[in-house]
Design a protein around this ligand. Structure first.
Ligand code: SAH
Length: 268
């Protein structure tokens, strides 16, 4: 589908060495670098993948940023969840179009972006109003104004409770996810899934203890290790540097009422 680049769009310029620059196309502006300059107007009306040359002949190609490109470069207050973990969260939480998802905290909105783009209807709980505003700006900034109908953020402490009922999924990225387990039991529908991202393994232990005492089953914890490779002629090996740690992902599913009212953990 042809979709020419327009004034006001965010794009990535890629130079001949693979370096990337995120800019907003402005028909009156110029892009300047150590290799000279060119007018943004040369890109407007062109298709993604188009190439221009700067005043000194250096080559730049233009692309729309992927969600991962945007997440790593967007304005942020809180630390964002990295793309490698966002992909896993979408699978672990089994996010589907129309899924009713509660997300807390919302932070800069990286996870919100992944959830909304996967088709979920997201309600966010965030204690900091400045973060809530930035998250909405980031989601709408990347996905466009219609995304606002699928992402509402309330300035609320999720440890104090969840008002929503019959939720399909709950996704947590905050310091004490174990404080949310009781509220999640009431807010999720049976079969619903809870996923929590936690940087520290001691958080995982506390969360798993709370889950073991709850009506959640199938608890699982994993980490995602992504190692990029250097591929150049016969020099083919892992890159020397990697992001070795981001966070652990813990997921679990909610059971329905148990006959006799016994807690699942005690049935075993
Ligand atoms: N997942 C987000 C980053 C979240 S950072 C992203 O990918 O961009 C953690 C956020 O949780 C912070 O913004 C913090 O303000 C919020 N937070 C901490 N405790 C909270 C609570 N009890 N209720 C709601 N939000 C909370």
């Amino acid at each position: 589908m042809s979709r020419p680049l327009r004034h006001g769009e965010r794009v990535i310029l890629v130079d001949s060495k693979g370096r990337q620059y995120l800019i907003v196309l402005d028909e009156g502006a110029q892009f300047h670098s150590h290799t000279g300059y060119f007018d943004h107007a040369e890109l407007i009306g062109r298709e993604e993948g188009a190439t221009v040359r700067s005043s000194t002949g250096a080559r730049y190609s233009v692309m729309r940023p992927t969600l991962a490109d945007f997440v790593l470069r967007m304005p942020r207050g809180a630390q964002v969840i990295y793309p490698k973990d966002l992909g896993a969260i979408l699978m672990l939480a089994d996010v589907f179009p129309g899924a009713r998802v509660l997300e807390a905290g919302v932070g800069s909105g990286a996870c919100s972006l992944a959830l909304v783009r996967a088709g979920a209807d997201v309600v966010g709980y965030e204690i900091r109003s400045d973060f809530a505003e930035r998250a909405v700006a980031n989601v709408v900034g990347y996905l466009g104004a219609p995304a606002a109908a699928h992402f509402r953020v309330h300035e609320r402490d999720v440890y104090a409770g969840i008002d929503e009922r019959g939720l399909d999924r709950i996704v947590l990225d905050l310091p004490e996810p174990w404080s949310v387990v009781k509220h999640a039991e009431a807010a999720l529908r049976p079969g619903g899934i809870l996923v929590a991202y936690t940087p520290s393994i001691t958080q995982v232990v506390q969360l798993r203890e709370a889950l073991a005492e709850s009506c959640f089953e199938l608890a699982e914890t994993l980490e995602v290790l992504a190692r990029t490779w250097h591929v150049e002629g016969q020099a083919v090996r892992p890159d020397h540097r990697m992001v070795a740690h981001t966070g652990f992902l813990t997921s679990a599913r909610l059971l329905g009422p148990v006959p006799g009212g016994l807690k699942p953990a005690r049935l075993r």
